[in-house]
Ligand binder design. Sequence first.
Ligand code: AMP
Ligand code: ZN
Length: 137
Amino acid sequence: MSDCIFCQIIAGHIPSSKVYEDEEVLAFLDITQVTKGHTLVVPKKHYRNILEMDGQASSALFARIPKIAQQLQKKLDAKGMNIINNNEEAAGQTVFHTHIHLLPRFDEQDGLKIKFETQEPDFTALAQLAQDLYFGG
Ligand code: AMP
Ligand code: ZN
């Protein structure tokens, strides 16, 4: 897609700081570097996000994640890693070409804060919701 910034990076029309590449996937440093080594892993083929990918395309992408994450962890001596994927504006997606954020973690002051607003468990409501959502395999 010509108006997609990540497609332009993949095509080499816009520079990027590559850390990994193969025939299906490219990984490059996120320009904002929320934590040191913050990397985006993208499929070379354009998909808007995971919500429009099938199992085969998403498997090819996710299959690369452990290897890239492990390399980043090792080379940066990171203590951990958050792996985040935003789908659609409501979930914070700003670039509409599927990408997985790899965020190496070092300590609580390393730039990333993730806070889950938790609620007291309501087991009746959980059971009902699971029943409504269940679709088997
Ligand atoms: P998201 O909010 O999940 O869609 O994340 C999009 C990410 O793309 C943001 O973290 C941006 O900093 C990053 N980004 C945007 N343009 C570029 C670029 N040219 N090179 C590297 N990262 C970029
Ligand atoms: Zn694209």
